[in-house]
Design a protein around this ligand. Sequence first.
Ligand code: CA
Length: 222
Amino acid sequence: MRVLLVEDDRRVASALRTALGRRGYEVTLAGTAADALAAGPTDLVLLDLGLPGLGGIDVINGLRGWTSVPIIVLSVRDSDAVKVAALDAGADDYVTKPFSMNELLARVRVSLRRQQAHSDDPVIRTDHFTIDLTKQLVTANEEIVHLTPIEWAIVEMLARNPGRLVTQRQLLQQVWGTMFEDQANYLRVHMSAIRRKLEPDPGRPRYFITEPRVGFRFLAEG
Ligand code: CA
């Protein structure tokens, strides 16, 4: 597996390259946004958001012009706004520095697996319910769970991106349209309805996870 590592801090870059190399990843290093955009095809991008000159968001925009390769953002900032901007631009996930190498490697594995599995199994089974994306149907204990069209649209978008952090804005745009990007309260209301219908313990969700102030993530394995 090829990893494009975009990081201007040489110490961080070299530590990451060593750790990834040890696990069999073939790492290409880019120290600037321009180098990142000039690099060839890869299987995954690890992207530092704090680059000199053209920033990380520009790299995401540039890459998303031609590839759906998984992009994991490395962010030092605790600003949610920056992370959300990166996700809205098309990043798949983020890890906040300082991160543990194990955490990062786990995210890398999840993203690569998702990319490979992304293909075409239209039926997602969990221990508590099954989502059939073709029939647009959720069942639990062999009974149909009745979702409203909006609840279904939310479940569908999350289920089509298992494990991926989907931002509030992406959901609102997809489900309600661009006029509603700021209506995060809509999402909260519908998400609690979804949890009441599908989560074994709606107060402690294990499938429909909230990432505070950022968005939601569907974990098929609960
Ligand atoms: Ca940096």
